[in-house]
Design a protein around this ligand. Structure first.
Ligand SMILES: Cc1ncc(C[n+]2csc(CCOP(=O)(O)OP(=O)(O)O)c2C)c(N)n1
Ligand SMILES: [Mg+2]
Length: 327
């Protein structure tokens, strides 16, 4: 049986042709397949973690199913490595897709989920999704929401001083932007003449636990708040991996070129509700980016039925094996 290799390399050839090329934003076939594979892997991993919770083998689940189309490109595009010359990640608890795209094996998320002392992120001391990977400059995810935003200004400031054209990237949810830490980040990122090389992102699923976006925000989009600080800002469809990939690539280029911050708000789904505290049940009717992207690739002939079946089987087996190993 042929083994597939996720995140191994981004294809430079075999560009998708003609009409299909427009449909896929000019991304190569290899890259489309790689993005799809990582999205599938991340979804299967999260669903495995939910099963572990349901089996009573963990206390709490929170994670990122519904954010794969956004989170995978966010893990593929930056300059990955350790130290000030590489990009820094200040993530929140729904960033499994980004970690999978960076190369995190399933066993690491599983050990964290099952609070094993072998968990390399926290020694088994924190919730699922609270990753910390110094080898890829992934700073510890914090349980108090939003503190990652001003912390990201700190690494961005150090990177500016080091002049290596490295970037800090910070992620969080929509409701969390109500915290003062978010406003502090906008202030510190945008001071004239002292601008920071920072990609500020917000994943807007239009919920903060059970509080709706409409009930909490006066502004049409959170991106408008960044614009008030004259930070370049846009809203993207975070359910579309191609739109997300192209937008992140453009903004990383802009930040590396200018040394200035940029802001992306990504519209995403929250496919299993807030967390296990709200049941972790699948939200029927919400946009499922993994299934939709898969169908689009199948229809265009970029992907075959047999590859789809094989991928789901292969990663399901890896998830089961990871749970066994952690147990
Ligand atoms: C400072 C702080 N206040 C409250 C909480 C409790 N809390 C955890 S998640 C959450 C909602 C966050 O919503 P949002 O920022 O939209 O992120 P989402 O979970 O929707 O991705 C809240 C209020 C917390 N963890 N930290
Ligand atoms: Mg939210």
């Amino acid at each position: 049986m042929k083994k597939t290799t996720p995140a191994a390399k981004v294809g430079q050839n075999q560009g998708v042709q003609g009409k299909t090329k427009n449909l896929f934003g000019g991304l190569s076939k290899d890259l489309l397949l790689q993005i799809h594979e990582l999205m599938v892997k991340s979804r299967i991993l999260e669903e495995r973690l939910i099963k572990i919770y349901r089996a009573g083998e963990s206390f709490f689940w929170i994670g990122g199913p519904g954010e794969e189309a956004w989170g995978v490109p966010l893990g593929l595009l930056p300059r990955k490595g350790r130290g000030i010359e590489y990009d820094f990640f200040h993530l929140h608890y729904r960033c499994t897709p980004t970690m999978v795209a960076l190369g995190m094996p399933m066993i690491e998320a599983t050990r964290l989920m099952m609070n094993r002392s072998t968990d390399i992120s926290t020694g088994g001391r924190n919730f699922s999704g609270h990753y910390c990977f110094p080898q890829w400059n992934v700073a510890p995810v914090t349980s108090p929401i939003e503190v990652q935003y001003p912390i990201a200004c700190g690494t961005a400031h150090a990177q500016k001083r080091a002049k290596a054209k490295a970037i800090s990237i910070v992620s969080g949810g929509d409701a969390g932007t109500a915290e003062g830490d978010f406003a502090s980040c906008l202030v510190w990122a945008s001071r004239r003449g002292q601008e920071l090389p920072l990609l500020i992102t917000v994943q807007n699923n239009r919920w903060g636990i059970s509080t709706s976006y409409q009930g909490q925000h006066g502004e049409e989009s959170i991106a408008n708040r960044a614009k008030a600080f004259e930070i370049r800002a846009r809203v993207v469809d975070g359910n579309d991996p191609i739109e997300s990939y192209i937008a992140i690539r453009e903004e990383l280029d802009y930040i590396r070129r200018t040394g200035k911050p940029s802001f992306i708000e990504a519209s995403v789904s929250r496919l299993y509700g807030h967390s296990s505290a709200s049941g972790a049940n699948f939200e029927k009717g919400d946009f499922d980016c993994v299934r939709e992207f898969e169908m689009k690739l199948l229809k265009a002939g970029v992907l075959t039925d047999s590859r789809v079946k094989e991928l789901w089987r292969q990663y399901e087996a890896e998830g089961v094996a990871a749970a066994d190993q952690a147990r």
